[in-house]
Design a binder for this molecule. Sequence first.
Ligand code: GDP
Ligand code: MG
Length: 440
Amino acid sequence: LSEKLSGIFDTLTRRGALTEADVNVALREVRRALLEADVALEVVRSFTDKVKAAAVGANVVKSVTPGQMVVKIVHDQLVEMLGTEAVPISLDSLPPVAILMVGLQGSGKTTTTAKIARRLTDKEKRKVLLASLDTRRPAAMEQLAVLAKQVGVDALPIVAGQSAVQIARRAMEAARLGGYDVVMLDTAGRVTIDEALMAEVAQVKAATDPHEVLLVADSLTGQDAVNTARAFDSRLGVTGIVLTRMDGDGRGGAALSMRAVTGKPIKLVGTGEKIDALEDFHPRRVANRILGMGDIVSLVEKASETLDAEKALRMAEKMRKGSFDLNDLRDQISQMERIGGMKGVLGMMPGVAKMKNQLDNANLDDRVLKRQKAIIDSMTPQERRAPDVLKASRKKRIAAGSGTRVEDVNRLLKMHRQMADVMKAMGKGGRGGIAGALGN
Ligand code: GDP
Ligand code: MG
């Protein structure tokens, strides 16, 4: 998509602001990409309206083509619509906290129930009880019991002949007596939405007062996603969505559709049949997937869109001259924040994800970036230009001003010195930037 858009705009002369005609041309391609990604028609419409409102009249940043500009606006709007903040499962209630799992048959409820149980047990050290309310398929209860054993959590003993509501009540009672933190209620599904099923789940909800009602939905669903999400949400008051089969070849359109229709956050995604194939939802990744941008392509593009090319030019000049000062370091840190932090950037590169532990140890998280910026902000202009003047008393003042310690100030100065050296060495035409300097 991004290539097509750039192509369209390369034929247009550059101008200061995007006109409605420019945007309309681009939006035709966007619409096609969204439909290919299986975003529901009504959502495509409301989304393109939104993009149009944001794009017409927007200034094309110098050094970025209008095509790239539209891609960036589309991407930003997508991320915003998908939800920029991660919303975790909430257990913020009196135990035992009930989590009700709902969704169509085969969407992955039972598997996801076990996956979440494992996460809550391992990561959050909660005591979890699983209960299957699926009275329709004889094997369903057994399936959950097997999975429970596999994850090492307890399953409510099966008693034949009870209704879903009766089982749910029994589960809550057992959890209270047994001192469980969480009760996960895995409900039955139907191939299509039907009233009997909805009524049954509504009754269970009334009987157990769940803190979370999670709609489990297959990300390969396509156009039906909207109807499914709307039906479950309006009847049961969904609190969050879990998208399964994100490992499949779907483009993630269902994520956008469901989120747009319900306004409820996508909390987790399932990425495989294995019990540990459960991940947090990353709106940026899904936005890239919907737009059909390869991860690497998007990395380059995001960077080139975000980095002010003029600054980059000035930077290159400074590198050549070897005069990379703390103002420049601050710019670089801001750029890194904008493109999602070092980890975000590295995380998108193939093979690097496996090095996650090393990355975590490398102190590259966003808090560190913020702290580094605060330190520089507490310096005088003269100090930023010529850090050599920084002696003990000034460092103390800067540490106090930025809420850090003198060691932090020293560490930043050391990093700056190293970078300036590396850049000087690379100055004759190597790749620049903080990533190059740090990527030893
Ligand atoms: P339920 O009817 O909603 O309880 O669905 P199940 O949990 O029984 O899952 C139906 C099938 O989907 C099973 O074969 C699961 O292994 C599979 N499944 C569930 N989640 C995922 C996922 O994230 N990725 C893949 N590839 N398969 C999944
Ligand atoms: Mg099931």
